[in-house]
Ligand binder design. Structure first.
Ligand code: FAD
Length: 413
């Protein structure tokens, strides 16, 4: 495979580096930060085969539109004459059909189960050192309307072959005897796992450096030089980098880099926030507070991470306090013992999910350049899908038989 340069060292780039290095490639990962400032460090760390319904769905279209104009709503979308953003909205609306949902369910299920199995394999082999919890995921609800939606989704997931249980409020209080959530009921997805994303990233970085992968920090890639149907060199602030194969895994920034190769992919940033606190009560199970779109991730030793918010198309670094306060308020409504959580500004993490227009990632070769490959657009499932994406890209680059059909993920869809 020769010399491979990867642009972007988030969770997708680092898993790709891991598998490529194992196949004997000479791998360099270049990041404009220090590998800790993309979307992969402070996300909720949920590994979610349960999420078989893509973001582009009739239900999401309806829910999103209804919430867009509330300042404290978990969902916000930027209205601007930016041509890429307008094109994204049009393509998202076009993709949000029942037909697309039906076709995407088996695709997302296979991709996320492949990843889940790779996580277990990596964890058991000791290749990476991070805690991986197998506790499933609780989808909790307060309003009956949300309960009806969750039960409908659970039926779809069950039909797709996932193990799902319906829980009463009393069942949930038995699972959480300390926190005693204020809920009407919930659904438990036994398929799901969780991890601490910063532990995962640290262990990936340590493993890659130990095995000889070059990690280049604080080096923004500015320009890609090409010759005919090949990319030949990267120009960066630290000088040029040559390669045999180039992989772009730069999260929400990938589309801008790819524009240089006359390749357009419809990806927009979807910003969210999170913070970690020592909770007053012990929360044992990871959960999604479905009425308010807040993720709850217990990290051990009484530490819990709360996250949420989806600001679509902004791509800026501003922390919108109203959104963070809404997360705090929602947590108090679901877990009364956690009312009025106090956090400093410095505790708030923000990340930009790379949201593809149809809710499926882009994994494949750039059509006009036969030595350039892309892995991005994983939206709210980048951690879930990272090992599978790394493996699939490695198989594609090395010419091996693919573990899955890559057609749904091709760049020119
Ligand atoms: C609040 C929140 C909660 C989430 N929870 C979950 C969850 O529970 N489960 C899940 O599966 N997913 C979750 N996600 C989504 C997940 O975090 C993302 O899908 C994933 O981190 C994307 O990884 P990435 O490697 O594509 O991008 P990033 O992590 O953003 O990495 C891209 C990297 O590219 C670098 N880069 C960009 N441009 C350049 C350039 N020109 N030159 C060099 N380097 C460059 C950046 O510095 C960055 O390090 C969540 C996201 C948010 C915001």
């Amino acid at each position: 495979m020769g010399k491979i340069v990867i642009v972007g060292g988030g969770v997708i780039g680092l898993f790709t580096a891991l598998y490529l290095q194992e196949k004997g490639a000479e791998v360099t990962v270049i990041d404009r930060g220090d590998f800790t400032d993309g979307c992969s460090y402070g996300n909720a760390g949920l590994i979610v085969p349960s999420h078989v319904i893509p973001l582009a769905s009739p239900g999401m279209l309806h829910k999103g539109m209804k919430n867009l104009f509330h300042r404290s709503s978990p969902v916000a979308a930027r209205i601007s004459p930016n041509i890429d953003l307008v094109r994204w909205y049009l393509r998202f609306t076009g993709a949000a059909t029942d037909k697309h949902v039906q076709e995407s369910i088996p695709v997302l299920k296979e991709l996320s189960l492949l990843s889940k199995n790779l996580y277990s394999e990596i964890n058991e082999s000791g290749k990476l050192d991070f805690p991986l919890w197998h506790k499933g995921l609780l989808m909790l609800y307060q309003s009956q309307k949300m309960g009806d939606e969750l039960h409908e989704e659970a039926e779809i997931a069950r039909h797709a072959g996932l193990e799902v249980s319906e829980l009463s409020a009393a069942d949930i209080r038995k699972l959480e005897p300390d926190a005693l959530p204020e809920v009407s009921g919930g659904v438990r997805y036994h398929s799901d796992d969780h991890l601490n994303p910063s532990d995962l990233m640290k262990s990936l970085i340590a493993r890659l450096e130990k095995s000889g992968v070059k990690l280049i920090r604080h080096c923004a890639v500015d320009k890609i030089r090409t010759s005919g149907s090949k990319a030949i060199m990267l120009e960066t602030e630290k000088g040029p980098f040559g390669f045999d194969q180039l992989v772009i895994t730069a999260g929400m920034w990938s589309s801008k880099i790819l524009n240089q190769l006359q390749t357009r992919i419809a990806v927009q940033p979807g910003k969210g926030y999170s913070f970690k606190v020592k909770t007053a009560s012990t929360i044992h199970y990871p959960a999604l507070l479905s009425d308010v779109n807040v993720a709850v991730t217990p990290l051990g030793n009484g530490l819990t991470q709360f996250g949420g918010g989806m600001e679509l198309g902004f791509g800026d670094l501003k922390i919108r306090q109203a959104r963070v306060q809404q997360i705090i308020k929602s947590v108090g409504e679901f877990y009364p013992a956690e009312k009025g959580i106090q956090i400093d500004h410095g505790q708030i993490w923000q990340g930009h999910r790379p949201c593809s227009f149809d809710g499926l990632p882009f994994i494949g070769r750039v059509p006009a350049f036969n030595n350039v490959f892309v892995g991005t657009g994983h939206s709210m499932m980048g951690v879930t899908l990272a090992p599978a994406t790394g493996l699939l890209l490695t198989e594609l680059i090395s010419g091996e038989r693919s573990s899955l059909d890559l057609n749904p993920f091709r760049l020119d869809r």
